[in-house]
Ligand binder design. Structure first.
Ligand SMILES: [Zn+2]
Length: 449
């Protein structure tokens, strides 16, 4: 199905998008797994190969909206063939490719990768197959090397966090899992790279590429002056940025995000197509959304520095720092509390100042004593259930962690842990948080078998 969306239609869409919880523009966006009507589009758990459509934003500019944490595939037509920006993740990448092929995109001159995460690079081989040269920022190769070095670690962590059912494929730094043409995304070698900027003329269409680190060190932004259109990858989506992602990451520096958003703002775009979520159209609309995101990051960064200098510990700041309502950009994907800790520890590392934490013996070294003092694991489980009834689900979860450290495999503690997880799953509106909660729930249930 092809959909043409005029500026008026998109402006209407984007007005609701300024509320960061807006879902994507596809009418099929709601899925049976979506828990409530106001959930962010990051909570789309549908099959990413289904209900795809091509949206035309301006003459010669269209995109396929990626679903379920798969990137958009953006197409810019030129006389020399299509310029493709990002290629989605397997198996969506093949579905995007097939849909665009059927719509006449049969010749590609370039694939520009906004960064080296697997949810953007899954279709590179397909586009290369019809002639595309691969363009990336200079540190793309080094960034893939980092992911390759830790492929085992990220493979496990991504499986837990993203919970893709059957063949969802690799995203965001995992080892490639799909055989065939989409495999080996961590071995991509770009044909063209640049350090700070690159000017291209493709079939008479001028493009400018900028290095805009943020979500990753190799991140780039594409600017097409003739359309006043910017393609910003994952430096902007409908949520506070995932400045620390739970699957693990090197620091994502807030000052880099801020500088990169300002670089985009300075271009005064009339169209922005991020690599996740729908196009944002209208100069004022773009300006308002990007300014708000920048100011939200500035606010959090400054609050962390202020708290650190005042001697506050990281957990206090994780609990304390909240965005004021006018800067609320949503937390469907990134979370303020994780970013607070990410910023704190990016600057100073892991040592809390409590001398007990200098040593290899962690909390688990005394959990056995604590369980004994409590009167055994049954007492721990009862207290956890009491906390759950009081709505203190996280506290109950902590207690069961101590209980299982002190009494591994204890069924009473595991039952309380399942109850805590079930409550937390029900309440969660953050994609990544939900992944880890479901992972913990499944592990606790396995322990009960
Ligand atoms: Zn992405």
């Amino acid at each position: 199905m092809r959909k043409i969306v005029g500026f008026v239609g998109l402006l209407g869409l984007c007005a609701c998008q300024s509320a960061p919880m807006a879902t994507g523009q596809t009418p099929q966006a709601s899925t049976p797994q979506v828990q409530a009507p106001q959930l962010p589009s990051s909570m789309d758990f549908s099959d990413p190969t289904l209900n795809l459509e091509i949206t035309t934003v301006a003459p010669g500019l269209r995109y396929v909206l990626g679903r379920n944490v798969s990137s958009n595939t953006i197409v810019l037509d030129t006389a020399a063939g299509a310029v493709i920006i990002d290629t989605s993740r397997p198996p969506a990448s093949k579905a995007h490719f097939d849909l665009l092929q059927a719509a006449g995109v049969t010749k590609a001159s370039h694939v520009i990768l906004t960064h080296g995460h697997g949810d953007h690079t899954g279709g590179v081989v397909l586009w290369k197959g019809i002639g595309a040269k691969v363009v990336a920022q200079e540190s793309f190769g080094e960034f893939l090397g980092y992911q390759r070095m830790l492929a085992g670690f990220f493979g496990r962590r991504n499986a837990a966090q993203f919970q893709f059912a059957g063949g969802g494929g690799a995203v965001a730094g995992s080892a490639p899992v799909q055989q065939g043409p989409a495999a080996n995304v961590l071995g991509i070698v770009p044909d063209i790279t640049f350090r700070d900027t690159l000017d291209m003329d493709v079939g008479g269409v001028k493009l400018q590429l900028f290095h805009t680190p943020g979500e990753t060190p190799d991140h780039l932004t594409v600017w097409v002056p003739s359309l006043k259109a910017a393609f910003v990858g994952d430096n902007f989506y409908e949520s506070f940025p995932n400045m620390y992602t739970l699957r693990g990451t090197r620091p994502r520096w807030p000052l880099e995000y801020i500088a990169s958003l300002e670089k985009v703002l300075a271009l005064e775009p009339e169209i922005v197509i991020p690599s996740h979520g729908p196009a944002i159209v209208g100069k004022e609309n773009v300006r308002a959304q990007f300014t708000k995101m920048r100011d939200a990051i500035v606010f959090v960064h400054e609050a962390v520095l202020k708290g650190m200098n005042a001697g506050k510990d990281v957990h206090t700041l994780m609990a304390e720092i909240k965005l004021p309502p006018e800067l609320d950009v949503g937390e469907g994907y990134g979370k303020i509390s994780w970013s607070v800790r990410g910023i704190y520890e990016s600057y100073v590392g892991w040592f809390s100042g409590d001398p007990a934490t200098m040593f290899p013996e962690g909390r688990d070294s005394v959990s056995g004593s604590l369980v004994k003092l409590a009167g055994g694991p049954k007492a721990i489980a009862n207290e956890a259930m009491l906390l759950i009834r009081q709505g203190k689900l996280v506290e109950a979860l902590h207690l069961t962690s101590i209980g299982l450290e002190g009494a591994p495999g204890d069924k009473d503690v595991l039952r309380a842990r399942v109850a805590a997880f079930e409550g937390l799953v029900k309440a969660s509106t953050n994609r990544n948080e939900l992944g880890w909660l479901n992972q913990g729930l499944a592990e606790a249930k396995r322990g009960l078998q």
